[in-house]
Design a protein around this ligand. Structure first.
Ligand code: ZN
Ligand code: ZN
Length: 481
């Protein structure tokens, strides 16, 4: 797949970009007035009292070509307590099995699903991420901190087998032989011609694009049995032996959604599918067919279009143009992932200057938000604040108050004692203010992001003026009594 061809130097460029991005954010008109800062801080409610029952956000705990090789599980392990304190309830780890490119593999060229860093093959014992023991240590540490661990699962194709004459291809040799001496040292789920396309059942399934020679055939009972059916299947090994809690299904366009449903019915756990498609109805159809949540690529592309390309937020107010607007409980929102961040095409990633605006959107709306590892490293304090807001005040119905070129204002109506919030995004070059009708009568308001130090008060009808700096966002709720 195209994922394999990228090189490590991009990571360096990316990290350079992060540093530049940092200097461009969060300027404030009255940032020098420390007395005002202290006043607005002391007006904030203790948000922990509003913690939602389903509080928690997702962390993609890797990026493309993570370094140093063989140590990634330990790197992530060192951050678990901080993730837990920030309100992260699940981490997504790279595909754990040994790939054809051994110690260089990012896991998307699966050869031996059962070699998670303990067999000497493809030039290495450890995977790029570490040893089996280090993986199990990380999972245990995450569990001790109430964080679930999600495995990246690559079911579409295999790589790294031995050559074999293929009768379904008129005898042509194909790299479809996986056994103890051909890329499958574990000896579990050995594979041969008939487990790939074409075979005795059919020529191909829904995917005929990538890895045509070693495109796994899930219609073969043997393949189903080894992936999720048997007591010692891949899925059972990952869940019951290694301790993984759930699944991120890679590139689900390459096989039928019914296989995700079958895996989840048998094994259970949280799951999310990577259906790389910006059309919300395509995502909704897949979610309905698989029964699994999906990454909301429609939301991602609408954010990129409005923030980066059109520089016009109006479309954020349109109906039904994201999966989360069609089916919020099945939408896993995100602003970046390992693919988008290495994409040379700016249309496929959200620029660093707009990254926090994008996070302010996904961390106040419905859907299950994902934080990307490198973004958390770059914007830790701002993201901690937004995650806390998501885990507490981001409840209740969504009302869009304003969606125009520079401004987007959205109200969450709260629930019971939870007052909800108002998000104010501004991509203009000037600070803005707007009179809005809130749900709060005769209250003082505070911006819980600290991007504005204003403390407006509402009248008896809930009307007040809220503020936002240029190129920034604010999140308003009531001050403590
Ligand atoms: Zn098939
Ligand atoms: Zn972009």
């Amino acid at each position: 797949m195209k994922k394999i061809t990228n090189i490590a130097t991009k990571t360096i460029l990316l990290l350079g970009g992060l540093v530049l991005g940092l200097t461009g954010c969060s300027e404030d008109d009255d940032a020098n007035n420390s007395e005002v800062i202290i006043t607005s801080q002391s007006l904030k409610m203790d948000l922990s009292q509003f913690k939602k029952e389903d509080a928690g956000v997702f962390m993609q705990a890797f990026y493309w070509d993570v370094e140093p090789k063989g140590e990634w599980y330990e790197v992530v392990g060192s951050k678990i307590e901080d993730y837990a304190a920030s309100g992260i309830n699940r981490i997504w780890l790279p595909a754990p099995g040994k790939g054809a490119s051994g110690g260089f593999s990012m896991g998307y060229d699966p050869s031996d699903y059962f070699d998670v860093g303990e067999f000497d093959q493809h030039g290495t014992i450890e995977t790029r991420f570490g040893s089996r023991q280090e993986l199990e240590n990380l999972i245990q540490k995450a569990h001790a901190n109430d964080i679930e661990v999600i495995a990246d699962i690559v079911l579409g194709h295999n790589s790294g087998g031995g050559l074999q004459a293929n009768p379904f291809r008129g005898g042509t040799e194909v790299y479809s032989l996986f056994n103890e001496v051909n890329g499958n040292a574990s000896g579990k789920f050995n594979r041969s011609n008939e487990h790939f396309h074409p075979n005795d059942l059919h020529d191909h399934d829904e995917d005929n694009l990538f890895f045509a020679e070693t495109d796994l055939c899930h219609d073969q009972q043997y393949v189903q049995d080894w992936l999720w059916g048997r007591d010692d299947s891949v899925a059972e090994f990952y869940k019951n032996t290694l301790g993984f809690d759930g699944w991120r299904f890679d590139y689900v366009k390459s096989f039928a959604p019914k296989w995700v449903k079958a895996w989840n019915t048998k094994i259970g756990g949280f799951s999310v599918g990577e259906n790389f498609d910006g059309n919300q109805q395509v995502l909704k159809d897949w979610v309905d067919a698989s029964g699994s949540p999906a990454f909301d690529f429609a939301c991602f592309y609408r954010l990129d279009e409005t923030l980066d390309r059109a520089k016009d937020l109006t479309a954020l107010g349109d109906a039904d143009n994201m999966l989360r607007k069609l089916d919020p409980k099945m939408a896993v929102t995100f602003t970046a992932n390992h693919d988008t961040e290495k994409d040379e095409n700016p249309e496929n990633r959200i620029s660093y200057g707009n990254k926090l605006l994008a996070y302010s959107y996904i961390l106040t709306h419905d859907g299950y938000p994902t934080i990307f590892y490198l973004d958390y490293e770059a914007f830790r304090e701002q993201l901690k604040t937004l995650i806390q807001i998501y885990n507490t005040l981001a409840v209740g119905d969504i009302e869009i108050i304003e969606a125009s070129k520079d401004e987007y204002i959205m109200k969450r109506n709260g629930d019971g004692d939870n007052p909800g919030l108002i998000l104010y995004m501004n991509i203009g070059k000037q600070s803005k203010q707007r009179t809005v009708k809130t749900n709060w009568a005769n209250k003082t308001l505070v911006d819980y992001t600290d991007n504005s130090r204003a403390t407006p008060t509402t009248d008896a009808e809930g009307n007040t003026t809220i503020y936002v700096p240029a190129g920034s966002y604010t999140v308003w709720s009531v001050a403590k009594e």
